[in-house]
Design a protein around this ligand. Structure first.
Ligand code: SAM
Length: 384
């Protein structure tokens, strides 16, 4: 049992997944979890946030006395410090000499190899997709770079090419992006991640292209728990139903969703939405029929997709009728329509008297929307 809302189960053809352990109300927080491992998304961004709590640094910060590359926002964060292997690799600018595509997986490995043995074991217990790593994540090359970056006396027991390959696979399958604050002038694919994090319970959530939950992060929130992941129900979920999130923005087209899920997660999606959209003609599956059928996708962080991969509006490309596009309601109700955002709109938690909040929050831009503005106002017909 995870909290009191979820329980893990083995699911045919889907590995482990999380089921509703009781009925769940729309907007309910069903999971809050701290990261097992969290690491900066890029080397260049390290000076802009506290290396212990990952909040933006506004006031002058204290540099790490060892590496002088990282900085901390408070004495408490300086005492908590940052991963020891990462600190060693940042000393003397050694990590900066790695080529840029290698820096992000190295930041992960330096953080993961700094974990205590029990945490490392939890990380290794997570699933990994049986897909080959992208070329910039060749485990053998990254392992050799680790050897060059970290003094031999600091390398943990068990350090080996096989373990390095296994850790990289866990990261690819299970890490979540913690995004920088949303910038409306920047398109969806160019929004930047501040950090990546692995949350062992949340990483049991399987994907659905019509999810019934979505996750939020609030990295600059004051107080404890700012790097926690918060998972909320989009609508009522009946006991026993699987709780799923979408691994990327819900407006992606069928072919781009399938490609991403096959290449990065090793499965063809057979969800209800994909079953409908797999029957659309090639033109329907293009970008709304404007004739541009460019298959390219950006090299993405979670949530990224080339412009060409997005549905332009609800029903776009589906032919328009209810039969062709039975999921239009989902998009009207749950897809943020603020500029280029396309985040998920999840209801705020129910009020103290148990009534729905009737206010939706976007998990990308943070926009709050009253229910009357979200849809035609009736009770959710999405409950499952
Ligand atoms: C983040 S993990 C999710 C939890 C995982 N099922 C487990 O056993 O721990 C992602 C992996 O779960 C599986 N998965 C997720 N969503 C799926 C789906 N809709 N259909 C089939 N497999 C899915 C894939 O193997 C994918 O690589």
């Amino acid at each position: 049992m995870i909290g009191n809302a979820l329980r893990a189960a083995d699911l045919s053809g889907r590995g482990r997944g999380l089921l509703a352990a009781r009925s769940i109300r729309e907007g309910e927080v069903i999971l809050t979890e701290s990261p097992l491992v969290i690491y900066p998304a890029s080397l260049g961004s390290i000076p802009s946030f506290c290396s212990a709590c990952f909040r933006s640094l506004s006031a002058p910060a204290s540099p790490c006395p060892s590496c002088r590359a990282a900085a901390f926002c408070s004495p408490a964060c300086a005492a908590a410090s940052h991963p020891r292997l990462l600190c060693a690799a940042l000393s003397g600018g050694k990590l900066a000499s790695a080529t840029e595509p290698h820096q992000e997986p190295l930041l992960f490995l330096l953080s993961a190899y700094s974990l205590q043995e029990p945490s490392l074991r939890v990380l290794l217990s997570l699933s990994s997709a049986p897909t080959p790593p992208p070329s910039q994540q060749d485990p053998a090359s990254l392992h050799a770079m680790m050897v060059a970056l970290v003094p031999p006396s600091m390398l943990p027991q068990g350090f080996s090419p096989d373990l390095t390959a296994a850790l990289l696979a866990k990261d690819r399958t299970n890490s979540f992006s913690i995004m920088e604050p949303y910038r409306p002038e920047v398109s969806q694919e160019l929004q930047k991640a501040r950090a990546y994090a692995v949350y062992p319970q949340a990483s049991r959530l399987n994907h659905d292209c019509l999810p019934n939950a979505c996750h939020f992060d609030y990295p600059d929130m004051p107080g404890p728990g700012n790097t926690d992941i918060v998972v909320r129900a989009l609508h009522d979920i009946t006991e026993g139903r699987e709780v799923c999130i979408s691994y990327f923005a819900a407006n992606w087209q069928y072919k781009h969703r399938q490609l991403r899920l096959l290449e990065d997660y090793g499965f063809p999606c057979e969800c209800e939405r994909c079953q409908v959209e797999s029957k659309w003609t090639l033109d329907d599956n293009n970008d709304g029929g404007n004739g541009d059928d460019d298959d390219t996708m950006e090299e993405e962080e979670e949530g990224d997709c080339g412009d060409d991969g997005m549905e332009q509006e609800e029903g776009d490309g589906g032919g328009g009728s209810e039969d062709d596009f039975p999921h239009a309601y989902f998009f009207v109700r749950y897809l943020c329509d603020q500029g280029d955002c396309y985040g998920m709109l999840a209801p705020l938690p129910p009020l103290l008297n148990g009534e729905p909040s009737h206010v939706f929050e976007c998990n990308v831009c943070g926009h709050l929307k009253k229910e009357d503005d979200v849809s035609d106002g009736g009770d959710s017909s999405m409950a499952d």
